[in-house]
Design a protein around this ligand. Sequence first.
Ligand code: GDP
Ligand code: MG
Length: 436
Amino acid sequence: LGKALNNALRKLARSSTVDEATIKEVVRDIQRALIQSDVNVRLVLDLTKRIEKRTLEEKPPAGVSKKEHIIKIVYEELTRFLGTEAKPIEIKEKPTVLLTVGIQGSGKTTSIAKLARYFQKRGYKVGLVCSDTWRPGAYYQLKQLVEPLGIEVFGDPDEKDAIKLAKEGVEYFKEKGADIIIVDSAGRHKEEKSLIEEMKQISNAIKPHEVILVIDGTIGQQAYNQALAFKEATPIGSIIVTKLDGSAKGGGALSAVAATGALIKFIGVGERIDDLEPFDPKRFVSRLLGLGDIQGLLEKFEELQKQQEFSEEDMEKFLKGKFNLKDMYAQLEAMQKMGPLKQILQMIPGMGYSLPEEAVRVGEEKLKKFKVIMDSMTEEELEHPEIINYSRIKRIARGSGTSTQDVRELLNQYKQMKKMFKSMDKRKLSKIARKF
Ligand code: GDP
Ligand code: MG
């Protein structure tokens, strides 16, 4: 799918004129690409109609060529088409119990192992329960996947009562003080109705905080019925679409799920334990269209936007002294491209801020490392870096495959920047903020 879409846009980029005929041809290419990857025909027609209408009607903003504008519209519409970005799974209560359902072979057990790893990296203590009494070796499969990571699996290969196993497993990990308990179920049913029935039974027994449906991405648009039945049956559900690596039908499955309004939280992109990604339609489409091509273009649009409106929100944050690790990362990233803060400070007459270069500018390599480290932090740590003590530093370093020294360096950078913002003249800054 990616290749075909990419080709369609390349054709557009190469053409010397952009008239109605060119647009129609590009739209036809997009249609062909989507239908080939098993996207539902009606959905394809709706999507391409929107693309065609917008490209013919909307005028590109100043500084943007007609071609670039069309690519941007294609990107936006495809992103919408693949659904909204789901919030991450919330761990509000301890333990949080997650139930995973899905037909056999969909990738449930593999996804549970991946999820366990995902949460472990973020500092949670995870326990897994195997209540699949149907598949021989189900318990050992799960054990084999996660035991090397030191994650415990509860199960009993000789027990035949799945509900009993699920209940006992949850109790077991509750007593052990786990933060997150994930229950694997059998999913031996081949059709939606009986799958939902099974889900309801286990669900009633263990009262999970969230039910996660695992759908095999290679089934293409057939995913629609499963996702719809599931969405109607549970108000606390989200979806993982697996096997999106190398499947030609991935676009079909994703768009089918999105069409039901169900939320895709993660996608499986390989057989290894780390092959799980939070689903972000924007990132997915960028990749489909060929990241290299679209990235520069999006940045151009972003720059144009930034010039128009320096984020009042950002300024507000600095003024209130609220500045966490996420803000720092965003600022460093922006600064790397000669970003807004520096521009702003330079534009201020008489302000006299000579920004210490080393405080606001880090190399690309280091920024990448910061990102890896931050990926291993919990939400709380990112928001309130003050709580990061030595034992947390050790855990973060281990989770991210860096050293405690690296983590400390990140924290030092943070302290330095925070101090710098604190020392600025708040009244002058707020006067300027109002101007933007
Ligand atoms: P379950 O029956 O639903 O528990 O499915 P399993 O977790 O046992 O997975 C079935 C098969 O799909 C296994 O061979 C997995 O390695 C494979 N699988 C699961 N997720 C992915 C994925 O994202 N990509 C690829 N390529 N294979 C996957
Ligand atoms: Mg399984």
